[in-house]
Design a protein around this ligand. Structure first.
Ligand code: PGA
Length: 253
């Protein structure tokens, strides 16, 4: 059966009240269906409250970032242990905003992936080309590099716990998602890479698409071969639009 992971990336939105309100809205509307995992990723400071709110539901909670060291003098950073200890099972790493604004490189993202896997939870590793890359026909080269370095040293056994999010940078927050053919091509390229790198588990790794997914385009995007879910920014900030995307996935399994 096809598997989907529908994840809301709340980015630096919501305060303590509105994050709980959003979580309650999703909780009230969700009728779980096998094959569709629902995940919300609030800002760090709201994680605990959201995690408490959805504790006895099927909604998973994840963080948007982490540091790779366990503990120590790293002012302002949050470790995987800390995130795990409040019940999170996923951590988004390498988001294009972190790459572009905070200068995160693939080597750092790889260290974070290892730290997350070591603690038995799941990294969502974001990759994607910029508009310049695409125009210069470098999309596959960029994706290959991000996968190659980002997944360095990860074993085939560990690979069953990773998620890849393909997010073309130019489609994020722009209201213009990639075209179906572009998504299909990129996801096939990623799937081939993963199947080659991880002979046993590569074919089952979930590959999400992200970049202006909304209730109107979700069903079409989620139907594309090798698309196993969506990482949603803007449309995840309202319970009804997020749930419309969850429902679109549910209708496809
Ligand atoms: P968007 O963001 O849905 O607002 O385009 C996606 C993301 O950045 O993960």
């Amino acid at each position: 059966m096809r598997q989907y992971l529908i994840a809301g990336n709340w980015k630096m939105h919501t305060d303590i009240n509105s994050s709980v309100e959003l979580a309650v809205g999703i909780k009230n509307d969700l009728i779980t269906k096998e094959g569709v995992i629902v995940l919300v990723c609030p800002p760090f400071i709201n994680l605990w409250h959201v995690a408490q709110e959805v504790k006895s539901t099927d909604i998973f909670v994840g963080a948007q970032n982490c540091y790779y060291e366990d503990k120590g003098a790293f002012t302002g950073e949050i470790s995987v242990n800390m995130i795990k200890s409040i019940g999170c099972e996923y951590i988004i790493i390498g988001h294009s905003e972190r790459r572009a604004i905070f200068n995160e490189q693939d080597e750092l993202i790889n260290k974070k992936a290892h730290a997350i896997l070591k603690k038995g939870i799941k990294p969502i590793i974001c990759i994607g080309e910029t508009l310049d890359d695409r125009r210069a026909e470098k999309t596959n080269r960029v994706l290959h590099h991000q996968l190659d370095i980002g997944l360095l040293g990860i074993s085939d056994d560990q690979a069953k716990d990773i998620v890849i999010a393909y997010e073309p940078v130019w489609a994020i927050g722009t209201g213009i998602s990639a075209e179906n053919q572009q998504i299909e091509d990129a996801h096939r390229f990623i799937r081939n890479f993963l199947s080659e790198r991880f002979a046993t588990n590569g074919k089952n790794i979930l590959i999400q698409y992200g970049g202006s997914v909304n209730p109107d385009n979700a069903a079409e995007i989620l139907s594309i071969e090798n698309v196993n879910g969506a990482l949603i920014g803007g449309a995840s900030l309202k319970a009804d639009s997020f749930m419309a995307i969850v429902n679109a996935a549910q209708s496809l399994v």
